[in-house]
Design a protein. Structure first.
Length: 323
């Protein structure tokens, strides 16, 4: 009996060894990287423009006038610059919002961030943040007059206009370089593909926006490559029933319509986009992006107000920490 068992064992032994060796080899394969490579590279976009390295200009030390960053990447002649105008204001979630935004923008080639604080002066928090953001940027500020800081009134009118004024002034004396402007609120969520789409804007381009207007999305309706209407659940009578996150404008159009601005007078919430777009384009002229406006590449997310009920009034922390 014993000898039968022994002989079986020796017959099986080589096979067991082979299995053990194979398992060992498999577990020694290099582990996949923790951060998977993005499925889509924004660097290769735009008329065969050269790829940019992932690292952008390093941290900016010392602020110039208007705190423009000094270490801007070499201009790439073929790739139109994307100018993102972001109004922002001080609140507990501000730095978190700006961090999310910068993490997105840093991955986009040839993007210039125009951050406009709704404040009487540039804040230390935003200045420090931008200096370390590793992005070509311009830091502006303008306070919203107190009388306009009321619920129900449009927001960020003065800040967006400050961004437009800066752009016009910067390109005053030179022939306009190819560029595209869009309004990037600090709380929205932007896919990298969106920048690839907007970069080819000739005059004014449009696309769907997710989570807006009381619906999962709003979108321009497109027939034969032209916008013919709007899929929206809210004020369908708007001439351009589109959110601020749903369009981009070429720099050329901004420069050739020097008077086009966001207006306070007579403007209702939700009508800012229409009031502005009416000054520079017509519905027939709009260029549909995102596969004839059938893909959502930007979401009108809103961050909930944080609960700071347990924030102490006395016995504060022994160190001062910026949040
Ligand atoms: C909607 C639209 O998506 C906005 O583009 C539009 O400006 C806004 O309505 C409006 O009512 O005017 P919503 O999410 O309701 O957006 O607005 P917020 O995200 O609170 O504000 C839009 C932008 O203005 C943000 O970038 C925010 O940081 C900035 N903001 C807001 C200020 O600069 N100051 C403020 O007092 C409030
Ligand atoms: Mn918002």
């Amino acid at each position: 009996m014993k000898s039968v068992l022994f002989s079986r064992f020796f017959i099986l032994l080589p096979w067991i060894l082979i299995v053990i060796i194979m398992l060992d080899v498999d577990t020694r394969r290099p582990a996949p990287p923790l951060t998977p490579r993005p499925y889509f590279s924004p660097y290769a976009v735009g008329r065969g423009g050269p790829r940019l390295s992932l690292r952008r200009a390093g941290p900016v030390r010392g602020a110039e006038k208007r705190n423009e960053s000094r270490q801007q990447p070499q201009p790439q002649p073929q790739l139109p610059t994307i100018y993102a105008i972001t109004p922002t204001y001080s609140r507990p979630v501000q730095k978190a919002e700006l961090t999310r935004l910068a993490n997105t923008f840093r991955q986009v080639a040839q993007l210039h961030w125009i951050l406009v604080e709704d404040a009487a002066a540039r804040s230390e928090l935003v200045s420090r943040f931008l200096a370390r953001a590793g992005l070509p940027s311009t830091h502006l500020h303008v306070p919203t007059p107190r009388r306009y800081k009321r619920p129900g009134l449009p927001r960020a009118t003065e800040q967006r206009n400050a961004g437009l004024a800066w752009l016009r002034q910067r390109h005053q004396h030179q022939r306009a370089q190819p560029g595209v402007l869009f309004f990037a609120d600090d709380d929205n969520t932007y896919s990298l593909e969106l920048f690839q789409e907007m970069r080819t804007t000739r005059k004014v381009s449009v696309w769907p926006v997710g989570l807006v207007g009381g619906r999962r999305y709003e979108r321009p309706l497109v027939e034969n490559g032209k916008v013919v209407g709007w899929y929206t659940g809210w004020r369908a009578d708007r001439p351009f029933a589109i959110d601020m996150a749903g369009f981009a404008v070429s720099l050329q159009v901004i420069l050739s319509n020097p008077k086009a601005v966001f207006k306070r007078r007579g403007s209702q919430p939700g009508m800012q986009e229409s009031d502005f777009l009416k000054q520079i384009t017509t519905v027939e002229e709009l260029e549909p992006k995102a596969n004839n406006c059938t893909k959502v590449l930007v979401w009108h997310t809103r961050t909930e107000k944080v609960n700071l009920a347990n924030e102490p009034k006395y016995h504060l922390d022994t160190v001062k920490i910026e949040v």
